[in-house]
Design a protein around this ligand. Structure first.
Ligand code: ZN
Length: 277
């Protein structure tokens, strides 16, 4: 089964994560397939806007930390990376390089795709799922969507793509991290993290309608508009924040490796899911 699906409707490319049996947990295989699909859409002149979606009841449960297809020790393809092979390295080097490439590097790259990307979010959007949603230019959420970054339970200050204080007001970002609880789609909408809040049954139709309207706008004008807003976020310190916090994130992984069963402090998907109930 393909881990990412690609289809085009009118001038809109729909890129769908397709691991619904594991709530679209992101392994490296799927991350690379996502990258290929998104780059394909940007390179196709008949595509004016892109939807990033997740198959099944949930957008994404985050990075794959426990399915049978977890592949953290596998190599990634060499096309987009500026790093060396991680899988045969030890200690901090292994995790630092892998996460820099597969999590942080990819998200930073997708944020700069020069066509509008709309995140279509239903159900769970947890940790690494948030990273994907926050890479998108607009987020359309179903009323059953919820957002959470529970990795403080692992002693880690948020997932790798630390856009938290840009996606949310600072105090709301602290609340998200400190409590690790679910934020409802309604609250995310009130806080401006989400552009549209729609009934679950209307999600695909509403997102496609919005993307189709955007896709009719001039391609270059859209790209320049996206660049203008992205550059403003960068001058406000988005990339500095992400890059600086990555050091704290890796410090937490190293601390866990020294004091706990593994770099995730022995936490697994079930223990996290139980606490999120
Ligand atoms: Zn990490």
């Amino acid at each position: 089964m393909d881990s990412v699906l690609y289809e085009q409707r009118g001038r809109v490319a729909i890129v769908t994560m397709n691991r619904p049996q594991v709530c679209n947990a992101q392994n490296i295989k799927m991350t690379q397939a996502l990258d290929e699909a998104l780059v394909r859409a940007v390179g196709d002149d008949s595509v004016g806007a892109i939807i990033l979606a997740g198959a099944g009841p949930h957008f994404s449960a985050g990075h794959d930390i426990g399915t049978p297809e977890r592949d953290i020790d596998k190599s990634f393809t060499r096309t987009a990376t500026t790093w060396w092979e991680h899988s045969d390295k030890g200690g901090v080097e292994n995790i630092f390089v892998r996460e820099q490439e597969a999590y942080l590097g990819m998200c930073k790259r997708w944020r700069t795709l020069q066509k509008p990307v709309l995140g279509q979010v239903q159900g769970a959007c947890i940790a690494g799922g948030l990273a994907l949603a926050w890479c998108c230019d607009l987020i359309i959420a179903a009323d059953d969507a919820f957002f959470s970054d529970p990795v403080v339970r692992m002693g880690i200050p948020g997932m790798e793509y630390f856009a938290h204080p840009f996606a949310l007001p600072a105090r709301a970002a602290k609340e998200l991290l400190f409590l690790g609880e679910k934020m409802s789609a309604e609250r995310a909408y009130q806080l401006g993290m989400v552009n549209r809040l729609v009934p679950r049954a209307e999600l695909e139709k509403e997102t496609l309608a919005l993307a189709s309207r955007i896709a009719e706008m001039p391609r270059f004008g859209l790209a320049l508009s996206k660049m203008a807003i992205n550059q403003a976020e960068e001058r406000q310190g988005l990339l500095d924040t992400i890059n600086a916090t990555y050091g704290l994130h890796q410090l937490a992984h190293a601390h866990n490796t020294l004091t706990a069963p593994d770099h995730l402090a022995g936490q697994n998907p079930k223990s996290i899911a139980d606490k999120l109930k």
